[in-house]
Design a protein around this ligand. Structure first.
Ligand code: FES
Length: 205
């Protein structure tokens, strides 16, 4: 039987992923006195992953953040990295964070694990939306950024566009395989298929 040393040698993730998985930053612990100004939750336990993010806001910037997830190593490392990246950002900068920006900072993720990284930024946006709602303020950011197509897996229209544009996806089966889209309730499949056709047309694929 292989021991822990063999396991770590065969680990397919970058050292940065390993570090954030083994030592996740800004976890929302049970005894934490953290009081969020905004709170967001995406995914569902029925689909196998769920993400909660809480933020505090000062002078239109994220002053602190906590998160909690039921997810795999990639989801934990991605959200840990995201939580470090957005501290001090303006709300608009944080709202524009994408899974690709996070995975780039991690030094990449295996392609079949990319979909595990897509919940953190969506939960963050939900927390920012909730902050504006809680303060009774108009939300200047909502609707200007990527729209979620698959709620169960947190896949948005910008991701689909990029995958089609770069030739990584040309049909629904490939999109499902790569992102996990459509593998929960399935209600997003028809819409995603139509979007793939549209983007293929736009980008001549
Ligand atoms: S919305 Fe449920 S699988 Fe896409």
């Amino acid at each position: 039987m292989s021991d822990i040393k063999d396991f770590m040698v065969n680990w397919v993730y970058t050292d940065t992923v390993k570090d954030h998985f083994m030592n996740p930053r800004n976890i929302w612990r049970k005894d934490d006195q953290f009081k969020p100004d905004g709170f967001g939750e995406v995914g569902s336990l029925a689909c196998g992953d769920q993400m909660r993010v809480g933020i505090t806001v000062k002078d239109n910037r994220i002053s602190d953040i906590r998160w909690l997830t039921y997810g795999c190593a990639s989801a934990i490392a991605s959200t840990s990295m995201m939580s470090e990246m957005v501290k001090g950002m303006t709300l608009e900068e944080a709202y524009r964070i994408t899974p690709k920006m996070i995975t780039d900072k991690l030094g990449g993720l295996p392609e079949h694990k990319f979909h595990c990284s897509v919940l953190g930024d969506k939960a963050l946006r939900a927390a920012i939306d909730n902050y504006f709602d809680a303060c009774g303020l108009p939300n200047p950011l909502k609707g200007k950024i990527a729209k979620v197509v698959c709620e169960c897996r947190g896949v948005d229209d910008q991701q689909i566009e990029e995958l089609v544009k770069t030739g990584k996806v040309s049909n629904l089966a490939e999109l499902m395989e790569l992102t996990g889209l459509g593998t929960g309730c399935g209600k997003c499949r028809a819409k995603a298929e139509a979007m793939i056709a549209e983007f293929k047309h736009i980008y001549g694929k």
